[in-house]
Write a protein that binds this ligand. Structure first.
Ligand SMILES: *Cc1c(COP(=O)(O)O)cnc(C)c1O
Length: 368
């Protein structure tokens, strides 16, 4: 039995009949830039997330860049974040000329340790960038208290967390700006690159809107230097078609995750991911910790079971961030996670038989 880490084809089969006419309509109209499909998506997304405004943009990475720029974060500023995340989190901080200051992660959720944030605050700290990694929200209540106490901005990297909840509220509504990605492997993916920012602050929304098109509200008049960071109308239409299915697809992922949890329950060699109380995990990735991770990975590949390591090298150890001055050993939990975790297939359309096969293969391997 072959089990891919992610297969988008069965999802496409569910929406094909709806999405093709939408795409054709845009092609026939030849109106590819912004326009009604993008505005429609932005309204639907604001309703879905539960915030005042959203703005479609070209990628999750550009969502982070737009957020940093809209909050005037740049040279000389520090942004506190996690070293255990996708590169774009710290990459965007560096791109605006600011400095990433890392704090370590919790070993059970792989999320930033909120109680370490205050120690990392200096006179230069301007913002905190929590990452709702793998689909579970960071502990936002104490984080927001710290931000308010020290007058810091909060940018949520919710690229992996569309529809994830914390105390009943969606990822992306807690901070000043939430950043989402529609990269195909995210829970809500388009047919290429796409992203979105969310905010409850109307002034920030207007600023973001300008920054998305070269820093001007009126065409060919520029208050500041912005980006070209629009979402394509074609991609917006794809997301609008997919959005009504998202809750079902999330339920499918959650069901698959709980079946894995059950099947690994009696295996002391495997640590399953923790879902903290008050949080609704959307399992963009289902991550286990294994003692012999690299050997397990090789074995799974041999058995044609898709798996991947997110992420094999913490950001404080990346060559491009050497100038930040961190060393191996600075963030032990992040480094341990990089050495011991692996992602298993969890997408909604997997069959129970496939999940049982994956778990059985792992349980047999670890009992040897
Ligand atoms: C995917 C991702 C991004 C970037 O999104 P893109 O759309 O690929 O640019 C940023 N942060 C995290 C945590 C991500 O997983």
């Amino acid at each position: 039995m072959k089990v891919p880490l992610l297969d988008l084809k069965p999802q496409y089969a569910q929406i094909k009949e709806q999405v093709i006419p939408e795409i054709l309509e845009i092609i026939e109209s030849q109106g590819f830039i912004l326009g009604p499909k993008v505005e429609k998506l932005e309204k639907e997304m604001a309703e879905y997330i539960g915030c005042k405004h959203t703005l479609g943009c070209s990628s999750g990475t550009d969502a982070l860049l737009l957020a940093l720029m809209a909050l005037d974060i740049g040279k000389g500023d520090e942004v506190i974040t996690t070293p255990y995340t996708f590169f774009a989190t710290a990459g965007s901080i560096a791109r605006v000329g600011a400095t990433a200051k890392f704090v370590d992660i919790e070993p059970d959720t792989y999320l930033m340790k909120v109680d370490q944030i205050e120690k990392a605050i200096t006179a230069k700290t301007k913002a905190i960038m929590p990452v709702h990694l793998f689909g579970q929200c960071v502990d936002m209540e104490p984080l927001m208290k710290i931000a308010q106490k020290h007058n810091l901005k909060v940018i949520e990297d919710a690229a992996q967390a569309i529809g994830a909840k914390y105390n009943g509220k969606d990822a992306g509504v807690f901070g000043d700006i939430g950043c989402f990605s529609f990269f195909p492997s995210k829970n809500l993916g388009c047919f290429g690159d796409g992203g979105l920012v969310s905010t409850n602050n109307t002034a920030l929304y207007e600023r973001l809107k300008g920054l998305r098109v070269h820093g001007g509200q009126v065409q060919y008049h520029h208050q500041e230097v912005g980006l070209n960071a629009r979402i394509d109308a074609l991609q917006a239409a794809v997301i609008s078609v997919k959005l009504p299915h998202l809750a079902d697809w999330t339920e499918g992922r959650r069901k698959n995750a709980s079946l894995y949890n059950e099947l690994f329950k009696n295996n002391p060699e495997i640590t399953t991911p923790a879902e903290k109380s008050g949080r609704f995990h959307i399992y963009n990735q289902y991550i286990i910790r294994a003692k012999n991770r690299d050997a397990l990975k090789a074995h799974l590949m041999e058995k044609e079971i898709g798996c991947s390591v997110y992420y094999p090298l913490s950001l404080h150890q990346q060559k491009c961030f050497a100038s930040l001055g961190y060393q191996k050993g600075d963030f032990p939990e992040s480094e341990k996670a990089a050495d011991s975790t692996i992602a298993l297939p969890v997408f909604s359309e997997l069959s129970e038989a496939q999940i049982k096969f994956v778990a059985q293969t792992i349980n047999e391997f670890t009992s040897k």
